[in-house]
Design a protein around this ligand. Structure first.
Ligand code: NI
Length: 403
């Protein structure tokens, strides 16, 4: 690209990002956003693939001569946050804001699509573009998978902007990068009575207080110092009056873990502590899990490919600190191996802050990285005979060698 072209490309991506930013839509309600993406892709001559999604859409580039399929994902939804940036292109929808930078992700993927379209005849397979709805509610990835859009996908890549990394840096690492985000709701059943005669009842509030305290021992006594976990009780409610012992107490909160083994063990201990403490006070308790996504775990082989692509796109690869936030990109990684990267955007605030913003000069870098990693992944898969490790063995088997 000439300097002039590069300038026009950057301006175009900034324009797209600002239009999205001014018109944010909540999870599952991204109708105008979807229509806008469809129109931008149509203008770039990119074909829309036919997968049944109410909001969000899937498009494809390449594949004229067959070959493997890889996927690139951007999330497109906004948050119920009242914007306080004061930007000229601030949200025009009161109480709704792109406070997690999904406008940036969407613009970057449209940019990557344009770059890939230019080299479409040279692509060694198909790049499937997933414009995913409802990430903030951890619902959209499941909808995209349900639509069939991950079928045949051999590797999947996505990124999240990272305010605390500078523009020009990208965090890529194998292994866990974002946490499993489990929610819990515990209901403690006691027996209500007069506050002056507690012996006539079973106080669920005292049980709940002991449960909160006892839960603190899980991370300190059951999780190895080399692993990590968070158990946070964020809501505790019981009672309605100063002179009545209530019959019920409720505790809500979340558990964050980076490893499925740790996740299972923490949840098992959680239930044991809740049930045991409740029984000790003669009350009963029930734990209900509101399942968030599993941890985002990057594949080692594809992390190497992603790092190579990032360098080719002019980025500096750094080792990122994993984030204890959740991401439903994790569900794609259960379908196909891949990499979720953190792209530096020199932001003034963390994700979900009402004055959240990104440095837009990172947009062309994000687009170049996504295009590069898709191209590299297709080349790598095609070099392996259009087959992965498993299929290579099948080829050998067809040649008479049983493995
Ligand atoms: Ni986000």
């Amino acid at each position: 690209m000439s300097n002039e072209d590069a300038g026009a490309f950057t301006d175009r991506l900034i324009d797209i990002r600002r239009r999205l930013h001014a018109n944010p839509e909540l999870s599952g309600e991204e109708y105008e956003t979807t229509a806008a993406i469809r129109e931008w892709l149509r203008q770039a001559g990119i074909r829309i693939a036919d997968y049944p999604l109410r909001t969000g859409l899937v498009a494809e580039i390449g594949g004229q001569y067959g070959g493997p399929v890889v996927a690139l994902r951007a999330d497109i939804d906004a948050l119920p946050v009242a914007e306080e940036t004061g930007l000229p292109f601030a949200s025009r929808r009161p109480g709704v804001m792109h406070a997690c930078g999904h406008d940036f992700h969407t613009a970057a993927l449209i940019g990557a699509a344009a770059l890939l379209k230019r080299r479409e005849p040279e692509l060694a397979g198909t790049v499937r573009l997933l414009f995913q709805p409802a990430e903030e509610k951890a619902k959209g990835a499941a909808q995209v998978i349900e639509s069939g859009a991950l079928e045949g996908v051999r590797a999947v890549f996505g990124l999240h902007n990272k305010p605390d990394l500078p523009v020009g840096a990208i965090g890529i690492k194998p292994g866990p990068i974002m946490a499993a985000a489990d929610g819990f709701a515990v209901e403690v059943d006691g027996k209500g009575t007069h506050a002056a005669m507690p012996e006539a009842g079973l106080d669920p509030l005292v049980t709940a207080a002991h449960i909160v305290t006892a839960l603190q021992s899980i991370v300190s006594r059951n999780v190895s110092s080399l692993d990590s976990a968070v158990v946070s009780v964020t809501r505790l409610s019981a009672g309605a009056s100063w002179n009545v012992i209530s019959d019920k107490a409720i505790l809500d909160g979340t558990i964050r873990t980076f490893d499925e083994g740790v996740r299972t063990e923490v949840r098992r201990r959680f239930e044991q502590v809740v049930d045991g403490v409740a029984a000790a006070f003669g009350t009963t308790a029930r734990t209900r899990w509101t399942g968030g996504p599993p941890p985002v775990v990057n594949d080692a082989r594809w992390a190497r490919v992603a790092a190579r692509a990032a360098e080719a796109a002019g980025l500096e690869v750094v080792a990122p600190k994993p984030s204890p936030a959740g991401e439903d990109f994790a569900l794609y990684l259960k379908q196909a191996p891949g990499v979720f990267a953190f792209l530096g955007t020199s932001g003034p605030h963390e994700w979900h802050h009402p004055a959240f913003d990104v440095d837009e000069s990172a947009l062309p870098l994000a687009a170049s990285y996504l295009a590069a990693v898709a191209g590299e992944a297709l080349d790598e898969l095609a070099a392996a005979g259009g087959a992965g490790e498993g299929e290579k063995q099948d080829d050998a088997a067809a040649g008479g060698v049983r493995v």
